[in-house]
Design a protein around this ligand. Structure first.
Ligand SMILES: [Zn+2]
Length: 454
């Protein structure tokens, strides 16, 4: 019951109509259900929740967990007891299997480990159905009939610009959507995020997508290219993911491309947390997500105050329960009702900055490299990486390695990868230096993947 896509579509529509009371009711029932399921089938949660009341409807009764703890207990965490870390690792280390089902029925998503530990997440079929139902609720609230007519007239073409090289959420979704249909494969194109702009712009000009889906920092770069006249596309919508931008940047992108700009705040742990509205607030899909903005001692933070972190509960995923999970993002809840009329709570977020490095080619042309391209901790043996721009022509790379790693061998790989990237962008004259010191925290306590000059 409550499992099929039509039922979920109806329920997500109805939950929003009922307002906050309807949402809270769903949260209580779904939390009790997922906690009971986790206790019954996951040895990790059984032990963690020992001694707690039988039925849990209030998340504040539960201890907090995080990526580091869960990854350290991976085999005890999953409720499908046949899933093991070894099996998932073997699967995700094979890049030919991106978009293929894991153990015939699951989707795997990996994170590059910007917060220190690489995450391996299992998405079950129920979670995918919930994701689709929520995506549809979101899309129908964004697009009017005229937009849909324009998308159809634009030939339904969609360009996704994302990181290849790993089982990341975006490339997995793109591969899934293209699979099994020649027509879909033609209409949905994926472009690598590290493709130099002087190659990407002509490709997009040729493809003329109706929808463009890049990371936020790439979206901002596309707007600059359109302003400079090198890019000439007319998408109905641009859907941004990954990082947050300053609000005026969204407006600049919308203006320069004459398009609707939509962005979400999502995570590999929960791909349907929230989506933006026309007032530039993110509305949390609280019928399927519980989010708790908290201070450093995990005490609740009131609306209007920026939190230290957020505790996230994914109410859909039973296979790999994410319950009261410290996600590490700072959010602020809007204290009043959003003027857009959406009854779902509205948030703004901080963190996950769209840092970029700027260089000049030897002929003077500016080249922008987004932080995402320089996430080196996808290389086995690297716990954390930090790329520091030290001058107009210099990079310094700080690494923290796992205890058993071969430092010289890893450095050779890092250096080769970064040099290759620089060469591709026409920046062979930029020097790459190996730092003796480990990655350093910024005053706010966050580790930045890249630190721009000045
Ligand atoms: Zn709103």
């Amino acid at each position: 019951m409550g499992e099929s896509l039509p039922w979920l579509l109806f329920d997500t529509w109805r939950a929003k109509r009922l307002g906050w009371a309807g949402i809270e009711e769903r949260q209580r029932v779904r939390l009790a259900e997922i906690v009971a399921f986790a206790r019954a089938h996951s040895p990790y949660y059984r032990e963690l929740y020992q001694g707690l009341p039988d039925r849990i409807e209030d998340p504040k009764l539960l201890p907090v967990t995080d990526k580091k703890k869960l990854m350290a207990h991976f085999d005890d965490w999953c409720t499908d007891r046949t899933i093991t870390l070894d099996k998932v690792r073997a699967f995700t280390s094979n890049l030919n299997l991106i978009g293929e089902p894991f153990m015939e029925k699951y989707t795997t998503v990996t994170t590059s480990g910007t917060t220190g530990t690489q995450g391996l997440f299992i998405v079950d079929e129920r979670t995918l159905r919930v994701t689709n139902a929520i995506a549809l609720r979101w899309i129908t609230s964004w697009f009017n009939l005229w937009d849909l007519v324009k998308i159809i007239a634009g030939g339904f073409r969609m360009a996704m610009i994302c990181a290849f090289g790993g089982h990341y959420a975006e490339i997995t979704a793109a591969t899934r959507m293209r699979k099994g249909s020649k027509l879909r494969a033609k209409l949905i194109q994926a472009f690598p995020v590290d493709m130099p702009m002087n190659r990407l712009a002509p490709e997009l000009n040729r493809f003329q997508p109706a929808i463009v889906a890049p990371y936020a920092s790439t979206g901002a770069m596309l707007a600059s290219e359109q302003e400079a006249g090198r890019l000439n596309i007319h998408p109905v919508a641009m859907i941004l993911s990954a990082e947050g931008l300053p609000i005026p940047e969204y407006e600049r992108i919308a203006k320069s491309l004459n398009t609707k700009v939509r962005y979400s705040y999502a995570a590999s742990e929960c791909m349907f947390i929230s989506g933006n509205c026309k007032e530039n607030w993110l509305h949390v899909n609280a019928d399927w997500v519980i989010f708790e903005p908290v201070d450093e001692n995990y005490n609740p933070v009131p609306p209007g105050v920026m939190s230290h972190t957020m505790l996230l509960t994914n109410l859909a995923n039973r296979t790999q329960p994410i319950i009261r999970y410290d996600i590490g993002d700072r959010i602020m809840v809007r204290p009043d009702l959003c003027p857009c009329g959406n009854p779902l709570q509205a948030i703004r977020m901080q963190g996950r900055t769209a840092d970029v490095l700027k260089f000049n080619k030897e002929n003077g042309d500016e080249v922008i490299i987004p932080a995402l391209v320089l996430e080196l901790d996808v290389i086995a043996g690297i716990e954390r990486s930090q790329v520091v721009q030290t001058s107009e022509t210099g990079l310094r790379i700080r690494l923290r390695l796992t205890p058993d790693a071969d430092a010289d061998y890893i450095w050779q790989m890092v250096e080769a990868q970064v040099r290759h990237l620089l060469k591709q962008q026409g920046l062979s004259h930029v020097t790459v230096e190996r730092a003796q010191e480990p990655p350093e925290q910024s005053p706010g306590g966050k580790y930045r993947t890249v630190i721009p000059l000045g």
